[in-house]
Design a protein around this ligand. Structure first.
Ligand SMILES: [Zn+2]
Length: 222
């Protein structure tokens, strides 16, 4: 009976993943339900520090703010926080797991305004596309010292994006605007920016194991 319950839970979770990648929003991937598996009984940390920052901090990288007044916007989901649908600061919540990025919220008056998104580093744009769970996504490859990092800008208005894949952009260069609140541009999410910095070009927004966070960096540590 317990096995049946677990099996049914997995089927349910597979329907609400955060990373299904497709140019066609209706196409579903089957490999990624692990991304949102919820671990019951885990405490909810305020934040989880990056494990890899110390070994990658040798470069003279200059990181720009992804949004104007970025530090003032980290109000709901910092890097590494364990999200549980019952206790999440975002309600209703469809995701669970450890948050691999930093969420930047909109400020007063920005709900109906264009909110510019800026590249945080010098580097080539690898994709501008739609990804389930994010809506519009821009990915970029940058160097941080001797290490390559992969930056994901999620919940973007891809149709208003003024750069394209293959183009190299500079740190601080405007690349797009945030997607509209509760729209296809955000895949139904609130208007905000999810900024993920991965060491392995991993698009997942959540992981089920805390140890997996070692494959991501916390923007606020850079
Ligand atoms: Zn996020």
């Amino acid at each position: 009976m317990k096995k049946i319950a677990i099996f049914l839970s997995l089927i349910f979770l597979a329907g609400c993943t955060y990373l299904e990648v497709s140019d066609d929003p209706v196409v579903q991937s089957s490999q990624d339900h692990e991304a949102v598996l919820h671990r019951e009984g885990e405490p909810v940390p305020a934040a989880f520090p990056s494990q890899h920052f110390s070994v990658l901090s040798g470069g003279p990288a200059s990181f720009a703010e992804p949004l104007f007044r970025a530090q003032d916007r980290v109000l709901k989901k910092p890097f590494g926080v364990l999200i549980d649908p019952d206790t999440s600061p975002v309600q209703p919540e469809r995701f669970s797991g450890y948050h691999t990025g930093v969420d930047f919220e909109i400020l007063d008056g920005e709900l109906d305004q264009d909110v510019a998104v800026f590249a945080i580093c010098d580097g080539k744009i690898s994709h501008v596309r739609w990804v389930r769970g994010y809506g519009g996504v821009i990915t970029q490859s940058c160097m941080m010292g001797d290490e390559r990092i992969f930056v994901l800008y999620g919940h973007i208005a891809v149709h208003d994006t003024i750069i394209s894949a293959g183009e190299t952009v500079r740190s601080g260069q405007r690349i797009s605007v945030l997607g509209d609140h509760l729209s296809q541009e955000t895949d139904g999410e609130r208007k905000h920016l999810h900024l993920g910095i991965s060491l392995s070009d991993d698009l997942r927004g959540y992981v089920s194991e805390r140890s997996a966070l070692g494959q991501w960096l916390n923007y606020l540590d850079l």
